[in-house]
Design a protein around this ligand. Sequence first.
Ligand SMILES: [Mg+2]
Length: 319
Amino acid sequence: LSEFDLIRTHFRGVGPLRPDVALGVGDDCALLRVPSGLELAVSIDTLVCGVHFLPDCEPEALGHKCLAVGLSDLAAMGAEPAWATLALTLPRRDEAWLHAFAQGFSSLAADHGVALVGGDTTRGPLSITVQVHGLVPQGQGVRRSGARPGQLVCVSGTLGDAGLALLRLPARDSAAEHLRVRLERPQPRVALGMALRGVATAMIDLSDGLAADLGHILEASGVGAEIRLAELPLGSDVAEYVARTGDWSVPVAAGDDYELCFTLPPERSSVLGGLARRSGCAVRVVGEVTRGTGLRCLLPDGALWAPVETGYNHFPGAG
Ligand SMILES: [Mg+2]
């Protein structure tokens, strides 16, 4: 099989037929139509074997995750997913691997109406790059810079499940197998993100952990925040882990949750219940935006939690 055949065999017709795709996979470029009045939201992510996923990760789960992380970025902007492109670096041609990978990718693409409109394949250590394209009404993209003192800090879903999976799975802890789904098949909060347009004043998705990612909102907005750790939404495994070890770093600083963190004025908090119901995703108020800078996390007894480290740093020491 040539590279062209490989793309045609596994990646043609991934996702729905969209009328805004004038030309998809198979030419020098895709030709895409951005409707007037909408802005294009674009984001790119690379996943490297051994860095972003465990070497024993199923190819089908990997196909899901590499698109999910991109869709999570679109969700954090309030954008509606439209198109994706995919660059695959593979150590060898493996038809069964490619078939399973394409299945995972296609299934999530279909769920969110995303058409795969282009791709590239090369030989080398396993690495996957996905660029996603979404649409958002002009001026309505939710940026990181709109948080103001007195506003509420909210998060969706539960925190720390993926981090706990990363902690336990390498030790072959079979009791942690059910956490694997949260690590390897995150559900991007697209419906919630779109519903928060015009409601959230700032938003980000939690890829590197609450402390690091909320930190990006605080820096971009020129504010601080106070989080009450007792308010964090935790699944039963993480709650048990924290109760037993006193280690809050799993829900606060571990990455890969792909939940949304956002701020909104307190007078808008009455809409949260309805938004959560309509988008099928729980939302919890966990703290407030404050004057000043930096994040303060209060332990259940009111003492200040001192983080060991915040988030995953790909280039330690590089500032
Ligand atoms: Mg992001």
